[in-house]
Design a protein around this ligand. Structure first.
Ligand code: GDP
Length: 525
């Protein structure tokens, strides 16, 4: 294929931002988009207060709650790179969505609030990245406020997360006394709240300011020099190889809200972040530079545009070039699909995409035949990409339509929302009741809200509580084994499972019915 194709692929930087809610992900994303020229005004983040919303929080429910529910994809060009940012919901009830999104990126940016240090959700998401070997870049945010001492934050990274760190820059003071950052990489000091022409002070060979400068009078400058010396002597060495393997995280300090350190971060990040990586498949690793187009669907979302009631499948391109109108194979069904309607994203703006290459994320119009995890390829070999992580729901509700006349809308809404993968649908085998299963309570609330807003159906949800779901190895089963403590249900693929009241009920059932073989899909991952 052409030289351009190779250059195009190598210019891609596809990443997700992970953090605990409120660390500043939306603010940082907006600032990055501003640099990329992808938006003109930063929507003020907490829309509830100002009436304006962050560009990446575009669903009604998100506006109401001020949290990001679904991952959106944003693309922009910066210098010679094409950047694809995959936004992820910070709230833990949506971690499933985030985990799947992380299968579609080549690196991750982790934001830490300098006052809070490492928080629970950040740690969880970090572990997923680490397990997948995804390179992680750290942005320590909110330096305009008093936070923990930077050395303590580094120690936390190493001790709590078990990852080596390399500070690319270092703060000079913080909060009210924040003077700027000492940039080890660009060998300069970047001053906080100082006009552009004087913003940067170059450093000499010894890493100090040559000649006179008022900042040298400040004791914070001396303290920074001491800390830098400590880092040079006792800190980790910079290693691109370790970054690529996810064993060392480059650390940046700044303030997303004040737009300080963000551009420096972006430029350095783009230099060291990996271009599209090879991905595992049933046929071995697939090279992103290989000519045959392939990719996998990591997310399906209904009603991205409520006016059209449509559904979009998000595809990560893993090799070759996408051209609109091309025909590809869907190995799961053995059928062919013509990819005629394809979109690119900029939050709620969409435009038709005619060409895209490895590393890019495109949206495909889904008339209902895609599933999360599907591979699409032009290859004659019906290979499939690795299975996506699956979660066994733990919380269940029984769901019915308030108005029996709305059954048609009710079924359509359930079917479409379930296809997105955040909630699971089950039918009790004996009574044919509908049960919904989810990992977090908030997913039910989103479901209820969307049924009302998008399908015009009021639903009644009765709590069934938490259950342990185990699937049957053999489909043949005595239906009389179903009881309140071990409820027999069928999932939406027609597979039977028991929902147990608790661990005790599960063990009791297994003791009494050793011939019934059960499994947990999560154990196979
Ligand atoms: P998210 O939940 O991670 O997306 O966090 P947001 O971007 O919504 O930020 C949470 C809050 O922190 C908001 O009130 C922001 O204005 C504030 N914030 C974000 N970045 C900074 C920063 O650099 N300094 C300060 N002081 N506040 C910030």
């Amino acid at each position: 294929m052409s030289k351009n194709f190779k250059q195009d692929v190598l210019s891609r930087r596809t990443f997700a931002i992970i953090s605990h809610p409120d660390a500043g992900k939306t603010t940082l994303t907006e600032k990055l988009l501003l640099f990329g020229g992808a938006i003109r005004d930063a929507g003020t983040v907490k829309g509830k207060k100002t009436g304006k919303y962050a560009t990446s929080d575009w669903m009604e429910i998100e506006k109401q709650r001020g949290i990001s529910v679904t991952s959106s994809v944003m693309q922009f060009d910066y210098q010679n790179a094409r950047v694809n940012i995959l936004d992820t919901p910070g709230h833990q009830d949506f971690s499933e969505d985030t985990y799947r999104t992380l299968t579609a990126v080549d690196s991750a940016v982790m934001i830490i609030d300098s006052a809070k240090g490492i928080e629970e959700q950040t740690l969880k998401l970090f572990k997923v990245c680490k397990m997948r070997g995804i390179p992680i870049f750290t942005f320590i945010n909110k330096l305009d406020r008093q936070g923990k001492p930077p050395l303590e934050l580094l120690a936390e990274l190493e001790e709590v997360m078990g990852i080596e760190s390399y500070p690319m820059n270092w703060p000079i003071g913080m909060g009210k006394e924040f003077l700027g950052i000492y940039d080890r990489f660009y060998k300069r000091i970047e001053q906080f709240r100082v006009e552009d022409t004087e913003k940067y002070i170059p450093l000499n060979e010894d890493g100090e300011i040559e000649g006179d400068h008022s900042i040298k009078q400040d004791s914070l400058y001396d303290q920074t020099l001491e800390e830098i010396m400590l880092l040079n002597e006792a800190g980790n060495e910079f290693s691109e190889e370790k970054i690529n393997n996810g064993d060392l995280t480059p650390v940046f300090f700044g303030s997303a809200l004040s737009n300080f350190g963000v551009q420096t971060f972006l430029e350095t990040y783009l230099q060291f972040a990996p271009s599209p990586q090879a991905r595992k498949s049933s046929m071995g690793e697939i090279d992103p530079l290989s000519e045959e187009f392939s990719g996998f669907i990591f997310k399906i979302q209904a009603n991205m545009n409520p006016a059209h009631r449509d559904r979009i499948a998000f595809l990560r391109i893993c090799s070759g070039k996408f051209e609109r109108g091309m025909t590809v194979n869907l190995p799961r069904t053995g059928k062919q699909v013509k990819l005629a309607q394809s979109t690119q994203f900029m939050a709620d703006d969409r435009s038709t995409v005619n060409e895209a290459v490895s590393g890019d994320i495109i949206g495909l119009y889904d008339p209902g035949f895609y599933q999360i995890g599907d591979t699409l390829t032009v290859s004659k070999n019906a290979f499939q990409y690795e299975k996506l992580p699956q979660f066994t729901p733990e919380l269940f509700v029984k769901v019915t339509a308030k108005n029996v006349m709305k059954q048609k809308h009710f079924h359509k809404g359930i079917q479409q929302l379930v296809q997105e993968g955040a909630i699971q649908l089950y039918k009790t085998v004996k009574t044919e009741d509908y049960l919904l299963g989810a990992v977090g309570q908030l997913q039910f609330e989103v479901f209820e809200h969307r049924m009302r807003n998008e399908y015009n159906v009021e639903v009644i949800m009765e709590h069934v509580g938490s259950k342990i779901a185990r699937w049957l190895v053999d489909e043949e089963v005595n239906e009389n084994l179903s009881s309140g403590r071990s409820l027999l249900v069928e999932d939406r693929f027609g597979k039977k499972a028991f929902l147990f009241e608790n661990e005790f009920a599960l063990r009791w059932f297994q003791d009494k019915n050793p011939e019934v073989k059960l499994y947990n899909p999560m154990d196979e991952q």
